[in-house]
Design a protein around this ligand. Structure first.
Ligand code: NAD
Length: 468
């Protein structure tokens, strides 16, 4: 369904919604710096005035604790907004480019211009951050926008549809709620950019649809983000960082550590330390901790318990921590598996839940071989105090990001581009990179007609012009 305030009923209204946004763009409504800053401030007001609405929606969709919602969703986008509001004027200044001597006198520069009408498709796991984070860049760049929240986070989707029109310029931002049918209809329209966050299967559908209109896409996908731990690291400290990064949002985080590669002497001790860390973060009964989330829906719950069901069987690993689950509340305990072979079911797909397998390796060389044999990950985390080990991972593996000593936190650094590579995505955003993602960088060259230095290369190519 299309959000009520636009007054458009259902899928049938989608072409008109997009046409209206194009008309707004074509009339130049969104180009001025004043309009852009005004919209960014309005978005900030929406997030701060209505923080409780979003917290409530996130609690309903994912049992997120309000503090986690502030840190990873609402406050995160406010941070992006503040970073952008302070710098946008400067980022938008034309940039001078050197002109080669043969073309002088002339002035060359680049200028960022808005693309037009852009589509932002978000997933359910961080339904505020991953819808409104890209919106910051899209508005800063002066575009009109269709926001497509995930139908699998229905309370957040409804909050977006209700609140966005109250705060943002309705001529320029439309929320289209719905699932596959609505998204399919959206993808049939012509956009000037599509920004998609979610799984790679749908990423391929989005990319294929975009080809029809030669629309550029940003694909923020997922995959298995590996961790390497060696004996030079303080394992209690490592376990805290890993337990935090893995079990936040019940493991439903695109940059969560997916699995650990550790040497034999480290694996057992790390599993024990992870047990201690889980108790410190969530107590002896994580199911009673208000800080611990729930699995988003029954389908995901069954997928995860299916993965756990295989554990204990021949060659599928051993439960070292957790393992309990409850279908009625979609609770899956923070779980650590040891002795997990590479062909175990948990190692065949992105886990996207609170299950952390530890795979034993001989050392960094074997770990690098395993990582290189799989898809390029969204993130790689290395816990080693040895500079040579860090350097080896940095130069011999490819991933969207690398975290030394900390998982997931790189996405909180606005100056770092956030995105994947290969199967984990293409394109990036956050901070200035978001503005650039949603802009065209136009090349501008201005050369005075006189003196006409180009005479030197005009035909006829008589003697004296044979430079080459
Ligand atoms: P999801 O099921 O909510 O899907 C994402 C979006 O795609 C939704 O808006 C949905 O309506 C739409 N969609 C679903 N099926 C479609 C179809 N057939 N055609 C068109 N649109 C369709 O979320 P998800 O994909 O389950 O999200 C989890 C995945 O996203 C994981 O793989 C995770 O790693 C990845 N992810 C990546 C990032 C990142 O920033 N790189 C962030 C979060 C999640």
């Amino acid at each position: 369904m299309t959000s009520a305030p636009t007054g458009i009923p259902g899928i049938a209204g989608i072409p008109q919604t997009v046409a209206d946004l194009r008309s707004t763009f074509d009339r130049g409504v969104t180009t001025s710096l004043a309009w852009r800053l005004g919209q960014l401030r309005a978005l900030r007001r929406m997030l701060t005035d209505r923080a409780e609405d979003f917290e409530e929606a996130l609690r309903s969709d994912l049992a997120k604790h309000p503090t986690e919602s502030q840190i990873a969703e609402i406050g995160f986008v406010v941070g992006e907004l503040d970073h952008t509001l302070r710098r946008l004027r400067r980022w938008l200044r034309p940039r001078r480019v050197a002109v080669p001597g043969a073309l002088l006198p002339a002035r060359a520069s680049t200028l960022l211009e808005p693309l037009g009408v852009v589509l932002i498709i978000a997933p359910w796991n961080y339904p505020v951050q991953l819808l409104l984070g890209p919106l910051v860049g899209a508005l800063a760049a002066g575009n009109t926008v269709v926001l497509k929240p995930s139908e699998l986070a229905p309370a957040t989707s409804a909050a977006m549809a209700r609140l966005a029109p109250q705060y943002l310029d309705r001529r320029a931002v439309a929320v289209v709620e719905g699932g596959v049918e609505e998204t399919t209809e959206l993808l049939a329209q012509r956009f000037d950019h599509i920004f998609y966050t979610g799984n790679g299967r749908v990423g391929r559908i989005v990319a294929a649809a975009a080809v029809e209109h030669l629309t550029p896409v940003t694909l923020e996908l997922g995959g298995k983000s590996p961790v390497y731990v060696d004996d030079s690291a303080d394992l209690a400290a490592v376990a805290h960082r890993l337990a935090w990064g893995k079990f936040m949002n019940a493991g439903q985080t695109c940059v969560a550590p997916d699995y650990v590669l550790a040497t034999r002497d480290v694996a057992g001790r790390l599993a024990e330390a992870l047990g201690d860390a889980v108790r410190e973060l969530y107590g002896d009964r994580p199911e009673q901790s208000p800080a611990y989330g729930r699995i988003v829906n029954d389908r995901q719950f069954e997928r995860l318990t299916g993965l756990l069901g295989a554990v204990g069987g021949a060659g599928a690993g051993t439960v070292a921590v957790g393992g309990e689950h409850d279908a009625a509340t979609r609770y899956v305990a923070p779980t650590v598996l040891t002795d997990v072979p590479l062909d175990a079911p948990v190692m065949q797909e992105e886990i996207f839940g609170p299950i952390l397998p530890i795979v034993t390796v001989d050392g960094p060389e074997e770990a690098i071989r395993i990582i290189r044999a799989g898809d390029k990950p969204l993130a790689l985390y290395v816990f080693s105090e040895r500079a040579s080990v860090r350097r080896r991972f940095l130069t011999r593996t490819s991933s969207g990001a690398v975290g030394f000593g900390v998982p997931a936190a790189h996405l909180g650094v606005a100056g770092l581009p956030f995105g994947g590579v290969g199967a984990s995505g293409s394109g990036a955003y956050h901070g200035e990179r978001s503005l650039r993602t949603f802009s065209h960088e136009k090349a501008v060259l201005a050369k005075p007609l006189a003196p006409d230095t180009l005479r030197l290369i005009y035909p006829p190519f008589t003697e004296g012009k044979d430079w080459f």
